[in-house]
Design a protein around this ligand. Structure first.
Ligand code: CO
Length: 210
């Protein structure tokens, strides 16, 4: 029986050999430790490969991906990634990255049931409802793309509202939270300019002090 993963395994051997040819110590060094400066929170979409887009090598980007790059405080997975990245790895930047034409965002604007995923996408519907008057002025595709951007802005805020990020700030750790959007059409990543570097940028009700 032919191994159904033979192409992938063969790709992997070539990839590993290429790295060793360029830098014989590459994997030995990586196996000792990772010290990424960035945490990427992005969409699971196969067209948005985190490391490739920003040209970072293994060891340089800590990654969390889920459908539509959502940050829920009840998500044990996302919160654990955040805590580990900040407290143990001491990342300096968190980059929430959405992408235009996001299937999850598109699905949230439809009324057809898709199953469990509809519950996951609830926050996107909330964001839509809060911005409905302005979103309704746009044509369908532009409306989805604007909602993709607004979703990133909200998820940046959600990251900042966690006790994890706020504790880091209060302890004097230098940590910036950024929002970016990627275009599958042209491969370009754009900074949405919503960077947050401290609790003073948050509305008072969201500030949590020790
Ligand atoms: Co997506």
């Amino acid at each position: 029986m032919a191994n159904e993963l033979s192409e992938l395994i063969s790709n992997n051997r070539a990839w590993a050999a290429q790295h060793i040819a360029q830098d014989p110590e590459f994997f030995t060094r990586l196996s000792r430790q990772q010290s990424p400066e960035y945490l990427w929170i992005g969409c699971s979409d196969s067209r948005v490969p985190a490391n490739d887009i920003v040209g970072l090598a293994p060891g340089e980007l800590f990654v969390h991906r889920n459908v539509s790059n959502l940050v829920y405080h009840t998500d044990f997975n996302c919160m654990s990634v955040l805590q580990y990245a900040i407290e143990v790895l001491q990342v300096k930047h968190i980059i929430v990255t959405g992408h235009y034409g996001c299937g999850g965002v598109r699905a949230a604007l439809q009324n057809r049931e898709m199953g469990l995923i509809d519950n996951w996408l609830r926050d996107v519907r909330d964001i839509y409802e809060r911005n409905r008057p302005r979103l309704e002025l746009l044509e369908e595709e532009a409306r989805i793309d604007r909602l993709c951007e607004l979703n990133v802005v909200q998820q940046v805020a959600n990251v900042c509202y966690t006790t994890i990020v706020q504790r880091a700030w209060h302890q004097g750790q230098k940590l910036s939270v950024h929002g970016c959007i990627y275009s599958i059409n042209d491969g370009i990543l754009r900074d949405l300019g919503v960077q947050v570097t401290g609790p003073e940028q948050l509305a008072p009700v969201y500030r949590i002090e020790e």
